[in-house]
Design a protein around this ligand. Sequence first.
Ligand SMILES: NC(=O)C1=CN([C@@H]2O[C@H](COP(=O)(O)OP(=O)(O)OC[C@H]3O[C@@H](n4cnc5c(N)ncnc54)[C@H](O)[C@@H]3O)[C@@H](O)[C@H]2O)C=CC1
Ligand SMILES: CC(=O)C(=O)O
Ligand SMILES: [Mg+2]
Length: 371
Amino acid sequence: MIIGVPKEIKNNENRVSLTPGGAKLLVQQGHRVLVERGAGSGCGFRDEEYAQAGATLVSHEAAWMESNMVMKVKEPQPTEYRFFRKDLILFTYLHLAAEPELARQLVEKETVGIGYETVQAANGSLPLLAPMSEIAGRMAPQIGAQFLTNHYGGPGVLLGGVPGVRAANVVIIGGGTVGTNAAKIAVGMGAHVTILDKSADRLAYLDDLFDGRVETVVSTEDEIATSAQTADLLISSVLIPGAKAPKLVTTAMVQAMKEGAVIVDVAIDQGGSVETIDKITTHEDPVYTKYGVIHYAVANIPGAVARSSTLALTNATLPYALQIARDGWMKAAHDNAALRPGVNTVAGYITHPSVATALSMPFADVTSMIS
Ligand SMILES: NC(=O)C1=CN([C@@H]2O[C@H](COP(=O)(O)OP(=O)(O)OC[C@H]3O[C@@H](n4cnc5c(N)ncnc54)[C@H](O)[C@@H]3O)[C@@H](O)[C@H]2O)C=CC1
Ligand SMILES: CC(=O)C(=O)O
Ligand SMILES: [Mg+2]
């Protein structure tokens, strides 16, 4: 198979979808790898390293048009939609519930779209989302701490407090991979941390894990409202795989928050779960203030630590890429039950039920296409 690796073009997206080590493995297994010149420059992988690995350096156009499978990091941007076609496999984060136009384009061009974020193991875990969630989770308190400082427009609050001064309140809604990693860092910084989740099992696990250093609360409308009122930093990290994020933090709750409090809506890539966030922000211009509350809604947080993120992402995606390259997407999705729910679009249909529901678009069951 021919695998294309274009350079990412989203704002401040410095990751690349394949390391030279990954390219080498694909080449060793008989595949051709076309890497756009400079694709790894944002994360320290030089063109020569790809060439030494056996990849061919090409233009942006060629990486897209001369390959059977394009591996990317972020969802294609509108200028990339012209490359979609029927015989293309697109393997990347898609987040279609929040990207209706992208979904429409993939459906119209009958492209096979496999979204990292809905690849799901039998135990419900999301192996290709998890590494980036670990990174975004670990960064969220760091980002919040920055915007709580005076010179970033914040109220001048130190997350950990000091002896004789209260620590800040960090409220985390959604105690999955992002939430757990955010809690680890926030606890390490000395903050007072509360995690809300709708899963009692998850809260029991977190209670054990943190051994009394976080408060766990069942996520209800009232509990979210109560927690938001005293939050200095609110991190939203809920997910229902494939679906649009539920709007759990209402405008009234934001209006009742402290002046200068910070919201980091990590779930923004699935549409966001804060009612007052109506736009995705960028690393270049990451925050805006509404009702006196600082809102941060960057959808590619891991892009800011591109070296670590690229290594973590490709560790996870490479075994799947190797299987698709060796067997084709149909056999790979047939044989690998975790890859199957990753298939989001085929032959003009949405093939993930939650994505189809979120977009009100025609659904077809992928199992009937691969058996
Ligand atoms: N902005 C960015 O750069 C990034 C965003 N993300 C996004 O962060 C979000 C969270 O990802 P993960 O932690 O990996 O998901 P996860 O599946 O590990 O965790 C989600 C948690 O949300 C909980 N939840 C669902 N509905 C809830 C509700 N109504 N109230 C409280 N909790 C609820 C679930 O029980 C689960 O524990 C996803 O949308 C993911 O795409 C991930 C990485 C980077
Ligand atoms: C998961 C995701 O959206 C990201 O890594 O950018
Ligand atoms: Mg994202």
